[in-house]
Write a protein that binds this ligand. Structure first.
Ligand code: PMP
Ligand code: GLU
Length: 397
């Protein structure tokens, strides 16, 4: 007898980024050389002072359940940081710490969405958004954006997508998968529509500290008065502090939303990992040089990636203002054979690139944008050099 899986989970797509990373790992385990640009996680190890804080926390006996929404010191530190960097006033109770920003997003959608509600998600989008929305019975409304506009949602596109059922607008800036960034003015123009149409905004700001050149980051809740009452901000330590494995993310939200998430989490996971919370506290309160040092490395890689992509024939790529992804257009390279294999879409292109050259990227279709591929440059220069040689050889084949 096959055990039945619920309808809602049967309809779920597994994470394509994690699936490509698993494929790359499998090939490596089988002895193949693989240049892995699939998953977006810093290749750096977590800074030593953060690991030491975790060891101290264990030695001090912080190995028990904590308050479900996180230890008070960490909630205070997060609220303080938002005050200092964005002038936003949150009480510690408005901060809920979870097991990674992905979990924060899941909590937020779960407490806000009823079946039938609509959530506007600009495409290209990070793979998990639409699936997390579907888990609640709500409907993701995917709104395609244009490469010529750096994949940014325009106020007109937002207006056109709003229906009486629209509840939430999801924004991610800097963006995964495109690296594109909304300027403070871009966000202000969207905020005017949000306020007029009475929407809630989920603002995923996990790449806030990874910004290049003169680009200016603004936290969505801070761009107009009255937005903090309708914004759920998502952030965490995974990307800025190379702490993906520690699983700490958080939300800042109106008090009733935070209380609902806290109560949901108290039934779901009790609390985020105690030791990781102390590590995250050390990340926020300790020296920040580690963030600038990693950013300097990412900036060098970004320059290199931009040059190498610009040199690829018939490939375009919008400017990466932040994060560590390049999202490049491969439309002119589809509809032909590579090493005797017909390749018609981005999934086939990425799978053949992996099979023939050992280069792992993620297909644009997983991000709601067919005809593109995503490359994570959170990896060392040597791997980038070899990977681009593989991409060039593949395009010529
Ligand atoms: N949001 C975006 C845009 C991301 O790229 C990621 C990375 N997986 C997350 C959220 C989740 O991060 P975390 O590791 O904290 O769950
Ligand atoms: N955010 C990363 C990515 O997009 C991590 C993998 C995931 O959580 O999907 O590759």
């Amino acid at each position: 007898m096959a055990v039945g899986i619920s309808k809602i989970v049967s309809a779920l797509e597994p994470s394509a980024t994690l699936a490509m990373a698993a494929k790359a790992r499998e090939l490596k385990a089988a002895g193949k050389t693989v240049y892995d640009f699939s998953v977006g996680e810093p290749d750096f190890t977590t800074p030593a002072h953060i690991c030491e804080a975790a060891q101290k926390a264990m030695a001090a006996g912080h190995t028990h359940y904590t308050a479900s929404g996180g230890i008070q010191e960490l909630r205070v530190a997060i609220a303080k940081q938002y005050q200092a960097t964005h002038g936003l006033e949150y009480s510690p109770q408005q901060v809920v710490v979870s097991n990674g920003a992905k979990h924060s997003l899941h909590n937020a959608f779960t407490v806000l969405c009823d079946p039938g509600d609509e959530v506007i998600i600009p495409a290209p989008y990070w793979v998990s958004y639409a699936e997390l929305v579907k888990l609640t019975g709500a409907k993701p409304v995917i709104v395609p954006t244009e490469e010529k506009n750096d994949f940014k949602l325009t106020p007109a596109q937002l207006r056109a997508a709003i229906t009486p059922k629209t509840k939430i607008l999801l924004l991610c800036s800097p963006s995964n998968p495109t690296g594109s960034m909304y300027s403070p003015d871009d966000l202000g123009a969207l905020a005017d529509v949000v306020l007029e149409k009475n929407l809630v905004v989920m603002s995923d700001e996990i790449y806030e500290r990874l910004i290049y050149g003169d680009n200016k980051f603004a936290s969505f809740a801070a761009v107009r008065p009255g937005l903090a009452e309708r914004t759920i901000t998502i952030n965490g330590v995974s990307k800025a502090y190379a702490m993906t494995g520690w699983r700490i993310g958080w939300t800042l939200a109106p008090l009733n939303v935070s209380k609902a998430m806290d109560s949901l989490q108290s039934q779901e996971t009790s609390n985020p990992c105690s030791v990781s919370q102390y590590a995250a506290l050390a990340a926020l309160e300790g020296p920040q040089q580690c963030v600038s040092d990693m950013l300097a490395q990412f900036a060098k890689r970004r320059e290199y990636v931009r040059e190498r992509i610009a040199a690829l024939p018939d490939v375009t790529c919008p400017n990466m203002g932040g994060a560590f992804y390049a999202f490049f257009n491969i439309q002119k390279h589809l509809g032909r054979k590579y090493g005797g294999v017909q390749v018609d879409n981005s999934a086939q292109w990425c799978l053949e690139l992996l099979a023939q050259q050992g280069v792992a990227t993620v297909m644009g279709s997983a991000f709601g944008a067919e005809g593109y591929a995503r490359l994570s440059f959170a990896t060392d220069m040597k791997t980038l050099e070899k990977g681009f040689a593989g991409i060039e050889a593949f395009l010529k084949s």
